[in-house]
Design a protein around this ligand. Structure first.
Ligand code: GLP
Length: 248
């Protein structure tokens, strides 16, 4: 695993954006795997700047998102569809028809999962997958205990995940209890994975990911099975994880 340590979240976001822009300039019709949550927000800001000031062109790019809450309509302001539009897609020249996110309101969710996995095969796998890490080590919405062989599936969200994500909702009760997520095997199909982690609350997940043997209780540890992973981590997360200068 290639590790890039940055002084802060801003530098982390710039680095992640730089890798995405390099990918898109090398292959204008790249497939980008995209993530939601707080971690990629800065990266998306930088990508928007790159589009407007550096002329980065997303016209031929296709995107595949990792996950979506079950039960939320695409237009619901808490849905990941809405998140992607309002934080990135509306501000760059990606074609909306080329952006894919699981449908959390599909009438038949099992079929939705099968179709999404087929889509990953058909248009993907991503040339580059941007990935955040949950505090409990989840990737996408693959909670601890998820099989490393899993493909796109329905997941029951852990209470701790719902609590961590409640900050995006009016109240904890509003946070859905389930999601559709790419599985761990689906994520590992990506040609390159860029993991971003910032702040002390991610330190324990990063410590386990780097130091422990791959095990299904720590979904992010599956990344050790992948040949081309870059971890971009800020000093706060990295030091607290027990690397570099010790903090208490
Ligand atoms: C959510 C998303 C994950 C994301 C995680 C971390 O649960 N499904 O893809 O990595 O949150 O979130 P944050 O970046 O807000 O800490």
């Amino acid at each position: 695993m290639n590790i890039i340590i940055t002084k802060d979240y801003q530098e982390l976001s710039e680095k992640a954006c730089e890798l995405i822009e390099q990918q898109v300039s090398k292959k204008p019709d790249s497939v980008l795997g995209l993530a939601t949550g707080g971690s990629p927000l800065g990266t998306y800001q930088e990508m928007i700047k790159g589009f407007s000031s550096r002329g980065v062109n997303y016209e031929k790019v296709r995107t595949l998102n990792l996950d979506e809450y079950i039960g939320l309509d695409k237009n619901d302001s808490q849905s990941y569809h809405f998140f992607m539009k309002s934080h990135l897609f509306d501000y760059i020249n990606v074609n909306a028809d080329n952006t894919y996110i699981p449908n959390g309101k599909a009438p038949d969710l099992d079929t939705e999962c099968e179709l999404y996995e087929k889509l990953i095969e058909d248009i993907g796998p991503p040339d580059l997958q941007l990935l955040g890490v949950g505090q409990n080590g989840h990737i996408g919405f693959n909670e601890p205990g998820t099989s490393f062989e899993s493909e796109t599936h329905i997941i029951d969200l852990e209470e701790s995940t719902r609590q961590a994500n409640a900050r995006f909702f009016d109240s904890l009760e509003d946070v859905p209890k389930q999601a559709v997520t790419m599985g761990i095997r689906s994520i590992l199909k990506s040609k390159r994975i860029v993991v971003i982690a910032s702040g002390e609350r991610k330190a324990e997940a990063i410590r386990q990911m780097l130091k422990e043997e791959p095990n299904e209780n720590m979904p992010a540890s599956a990344l050790k099975h992948h040949k081309h992973v870059t971890l971009i981590v800020d000093e706060k997360a990295y030091k607290k994880a027990g690397h570099g200068e010790e903090t208490q």
